[in-house]
Design a protein around this ligand. Structure first.
Ligand SMILES: [Zn+2]
Ligand SMILES: [Zn+2]
Length: 247
């Protein structure tokens, strides 16, 4: 009985953490948007309210597998998350973080590309594309079916690939910041990065905005590997309000 209560408590706590993390991150980026590009979201109040509601519903869905895993880790020692930094060589910490990002990106690419099949698009992915153009609040604006595909990937990986708890925190932080940043309607990274050699492999807002403009292509999350390999990379988008000579 105690165990079942703490399992419920863990899922509830994770839902609250994911929801508050979303509100704080999206709120901070929306505030930065107002500072750098005043009025960019003007007239999008209705859309933003919808984005927040879908995102909070997604937070509840993300909280369930995360809560089960956190409870299993604490109570039963499940998962391969470790806290003793000496348990693996130090070089393994960045390697495991990169492995998580690459695997998450691969999962996202293929499920996202799959959800662009017309019948699945209507059933699961149209909600995300109703944001035209997306705002900083759209990062978790998913239909529940799509939220499930996103919610299970990290909780599954922690059973397979050992990762230090701080490395896992870093993965979740990158996931949150890039998820919000890629939808906020302007580019936060410097031009030399986005349009330079690194930008050919990394996904930032300029790349994902093009996905939202074209409704096809540019399916990746962090990296352009899969899109380039599979011929679905449609290049970088543009932000009419941002001068090309920007930072
Ligand atoms: Zn899409
Ligand atoms: Zn998107």
């Amino acid at each position: 009985m105690t165990a079942s209560i703490s399992l419920f408590g863990s899922a509830l706590a994770m839902t609250l953490i994911v929801g508050v993390r979303y509100l704080l991150t999206s709120g901070a980026f929306a505030w930065a948007t107002q500072l750098h590009h005043p009025g960019l979201y003007a007239g999008q109040g209705r859309q933003i309210r919808r984005e927040v509601l879908w995102s909070l519903a997604s937070a509840a869905i993300y909280g369930v597998p995360a809560g089960i895993v956190a409870w299993g880790w604490q109570v039963h020692g499940w998962t391969r998350v470790y806290t003793d930094i000496g348990a693996y060589p130090l070089w393994y910490v960045p390697v495991s973080v990169c492995a998580y990002l690459l695997l998450h990106d691969s999962w996202f690419y293929w499920t996202h590309r799959w959800m662009h099949q017309p019948w699945l698009f209507r059933a699961a992915h149209a909600v995300h594309h109703e944001s035209r153009p997306p705002t900083a609040w759209a990062a978790m604006s998913f239909h529940p079916w799509e939220a499930v595909t996103g919610a299970i990937v990290i909780p599954a990986l922690v059973f397979i690939i050992p990762i230090h708890v701080a490395g896992l925190g870093l993965v979740l932080t990158i996931m949150t910041i890039m998820g919000v940043g890629n939808h906020m309607g302007w580019e936060m990274f410097p031009r030399w990065l986005v349009h330079g050699r690194l930008g050919k492999w990394l996904i930032t807002a300029t790349h994902h905005e093009k996905h939202h403009q074209a409704y096809r292509g540019n399916y990746g999350l962090y990296f352009r590997f899969w899109d380039r390999l599979c011929g679905t990379d449609i290049g970088l988008g543009n932000f009419p309000h941002q001068r090309p000579s920007g930072k």
